[in-house]
Write a protein that binds this ligand. Sequence first.
Ligand code: SF4
Ligand code: SF4
Length: 170
Amino acid sequence: MLGGLLGLLTTFKELLRKPVTVQYPKEHLPVAPRYMGFPALTWDHEVGEPFCTGCALCMRNCPTQCIKVTMKENPLHQEGKSPRRRTVDTYELNWARCILCGICVQVCNFDSIVMSHEHERSVYSRDGNRMELTQLLEAGRRYQEATGWQPTRTRQRAGRGTGTEETSSA
Ligand code: SF4
Ligand code: SF4
């Protein structure tokens, strides 16, 4: 009898608790800070240009060959405003072929690419997830704003150790 009442009590408690599910796609659950979504490119706010120099190290090391990148001379360097002699000209990353391994982030020497929080990428066309430079920078901007991401040298200047962004930058 007592056991039955306790069971009923437990059932009522479960009926009254707040739901742990959400009404997707109207609502979304937040991802974990260290979540590794699709790669995105970062923006150097100090200089006003992408961190990416177009060196193509990520392209050469990507196991699925889903990156294409070209570089150009950097006009801001010629004007003395940027430390980068060359900058990215075109960048395409096919998220449909990306396996989220993070190698591109690990090999990049310039803090230019991060594993962002982008992950909901259902599209109707086969080429719908070919992301070009402005789209990748936009995804990077969202990530930088959401996480307060800082490049390695800024973190070192601030004397900070490893944080959530440490695993997401080169
Ligand atoms: S993301 Fe990094 S490794 Fe890739 S081209 Fe840009 S600077 Fe080079
Ligand atoms: S995460 Fe891996 S598969 Fe995806 S672009 Fe980077 S290196 Fe290529």
